[in-house]
Design a protein. Sequence first.
Lengths: 116, 108
Amino acid sequence: NAGVTQTPKFRVLKTGQSMTLLCAQDMNHEYMYWYRQDPGMGLRLIHYSVGEGTTAKGEVPDGYNVSRLKKQNFLLGLESAAPSQTSVYFCASSPLGQALSNQPQHFGDGTRLSIL
Amino acid sequence: DAKTTQPNSMESNEEEPVHLPCNHSTISGTDYIHWYRQLPSQGPEYVIHGLTSNVNNRMASLAIAEDRKSSTLILHRATLRDAAVYYCRTSGTYKYIFGTGTRLKVLA
């Protein structure tokens, strides 16, 4: 029962470095999401995807890019990391439903990213 | 834009009921109300969701106000394992809007 798997679990970067966070789900879900979680801010949506090959901006998209080349994978990229991007990143997925908001989201356990 | 408001923290004694409130006064008519909980160092876990009617499952109950501007997550008998941060979630312009969460402390 893998569900949603995030790689890596921890990472430390220097300012200006780039990296890609990988999210993989084995539930055949149509929708996938990337969130960041900061103290006192709750979960904020970065980007999301409603299907293979499609992505859209969320609430806080600046400084991030995403790709969904395969249905089961959703990649989050930081081209030039900044200290403000230090956060815990969560990936989630949800199945297709009658209404987008009807379906529960399934979350991974997060990637803890520190930018020095 | 849609917004959810929750108390920062609440306390409960073990084996007593807990009522966790959420205000979502700008919710649209077709948006579902979801609740999730998050244990330390884990991702959020789905608890329950509903649209207009009250809902029950093995984990909790969800009471939705008639005007849908607020909801209450009910844990019927709190256990130490229920200590977590509880988030309510609705939808908005940028899809899902999570509240900042209520940290529930359960006292033995």
